[in-house]
Design a binder for this molecule. Structure first.
Ligand code: HEC
Ligand code: HEC
Length: 294
C-alpha cells in the first residue's frame, strides 16, 4: 500500500467524525423512528423465548408473568434477587432507553453503580437491532410495584472478588448476523441471548479455563442445588447421540430423546419453546456443532 493512503483514510475519518458531531450538537434531533409491529413481536420473542428474562425477573420464573422481581440466585458475591424491571418506581420507570442500553453493554446503572453480575454475562454482545426490540417490548408492559430488593455490592467486594473478572463495556454499534448463516446465527442466539454456558459450562478455576458447555456446574436457585449436564457433542458424557431434530424437539417440548422431562425450574425450557421456529432451528444447528469435551 502507498505510504500516503493511511493519511487520506484518517483525514476522511476525521471529516466524517466532525460532520457527525456537528449534526448531533444541533438543537433539534430527528424524532425517533416509530416502533413497528415486527419490532414488538421480535421483542416478545426474545423476552419470553431465548432471553428468558422472566426466569430471573418474575416471581415464579415462568414465561408470561410480570417482570416485577424474581427469584433468588447465587453468584460470586453471594445471594442476588432478580430486580423489578417493569416501568414502575420500584422498577426501572425512571430509566431512559439509553440507560437500559448502557446496562446491557457495560453493566452500569444510571447512578453510575457498576453491577458485575455473571447472571447477565454474554448480553454485552446482543445486536443493536435486538436490543432495540427488547427495550421497545419492555416499554409496552404494564408497570408493577414490588418489594423485590436490589443487591448492593460493597466497594470492597466489587474490587476484590469481581475485580479480575470484570469486562470493559462493549462500545459502538453491534450488527445483526444474518439468519442465512444458520450455525453462526445460532451461536449468537446461544452465546449472547440464551447464554446457556452460564449454567452448562464447567467452572473456571485459577488454573484452568471453563470448559465450554462441558457441564458439572452446581446451580443454586431458591436454596435448591442441581448440576447442569454436559451438552457438548461428546457421545459418552454429552449429547453427541442426539440428532439436530432431537435437539429441536427438546427446545419445543423440554423432553430428552429418551422421554425424560428436564426440570423447568432449573433449565429455562418453558421459555425456549416460545422462541420463533427459525430461531429454534438455528440454535439446534449450533448446539449440534459444539465439539466434544469429556
Ligand atoms: C440468569 C438470570 C437473569 C436473566 C435471564 C436476566 N436477568 Fe436481568 N438481572 C438479573 C440480576 C440478578 C440482576 C441484578 C444484578 C445485580 O444487582 O447485581 C439483573 C438486572 C437487570 C437490570 C437492571 C435493573 C436494576 O434495577 O438494577 C435490567 C434492566 C435487566 N436485568 C433486564 C433484563 C432483561 C430485559 C432480560 C431478558 C432479556 C434479563 N434481564 C435477563 C438476572 C437476570
Ligand atoms: C439456569 C441454568 C440453566 C440454563 C440457563 C440452561 N440450562 Fe439446560 N439444564 C440445566 C440443568 C440444571 C439441567 C438438568 C435438569 C434436570 O436434571 O432435570 C439442564 C438440562 C439440559 C439438557 C438435558 C441434557 C441431558 O443429558 O439430559 C439439555 C439438552 C439442556 N439443558 C440444554 C440447554 C440449552 C441448549 C440451554 C440454552 C439455550 C440451556 N440448557 C440453558 C440448567 C440450565
Amino acid at each position: 500500500m502507498a505510504w500516503w493512503r493511511p493519511l487520506i483514510i484518517s483525514a476522511l475519518a476525521l471529516i466524517s467524525v466532525s460532520a457527525l458531531s456537528a449534526c448531533s450538537s444541533e438543537e433539534s434531533l430527528p424524532p425517533p423512528l416509530p416502533i413497528s409491529e415486527d419490532t414488538l413481536v421480535r421483542g416478545r420473542e426474545l423476552t419470553e423465548g431465548f432471553g428468558a428474562c422472566g426466569f430471573c425477573h418474575a416471581g415464579q420464573g415462568r414465561p408470561g408473568e410480570a417482570l416485577s422481581g424474581g427469584r433468588l440466585f447465587v453468584d460470586l458475591y453471594g445471594e442476588v434477587p432478580g430486580p423489578n424491571i417493569t416501568l414502575s418506581e420500584s422498577g426501572i420507570g425512571s430509566w431512559t432507553e439509553d440507560d437500559v442500553r448502557k446496562f446491557f453493554r457495560g453493566n452500569v446503572r444510571p447512578d453510575g453503580d457498576l453491577v458485575y453480575s455473571p447472571l447477565h454475562k454474554g448480553f454485552e454482545w446482543i445486536s443493536d437491532r435486538d436490543l432495540t426490540a427488547l427495550i421497545a417490548y419492555l416499554r409496552t408492559q404494564p408497570a408493577h410495584e414490588s418489594t423485590a430488593e436490589r443487591r448492593e455490592v460493597s466497594f470492597f467486594e466489587r474490587n476484590t472478588t469481581g475485580f479480575f473478572r470484570s469486562k470493559p463495556a462493549v462500545m459502538g454499534y453491534v450488527p445483526q448476523i444474518t439468519t442465512s448463516f444458520k450455525t453462526e446465527y445460532g451461536q449468537y442466539l446461544i452465546d449472547s441471548i440464551a447464554r446457556c454456558s452460564r449454567c452448562h459450562s464447567s467452572s473456571d478455576t485459577l488454573f484452568s479455563e471453563e470448559g465450554y458447555m462441558a457441564g458439572g456446574r452446581e446451580i443454586e436457585i431458591n436454596g435448591v442445588m442441581k448440576a447442569a449436564p454436559n451438552i457438548t457433542s461428546s457421545k459418552t458424557s454429552g449429547i453427541g447421540e442426539w440428532s439436530e431434530a432431537q435437539i429441536k424437539d427438546f427446545f419445543h417440548t423440554g423432553r430428552t430423546p429418551n422421554g425424560k422431562s428436564v426440570d423447568p425450574a432449573f433449565c429455562p425450557i418453558e421459555f425456549y419453546r416460545r422462541a420463533s421456529a427459525e430461531d429454534i432451528e438455528a440454535a439446534a444447528r449450533y448446539i449440534r456443532s459444539i465439539p466434544a469435551t469429556e
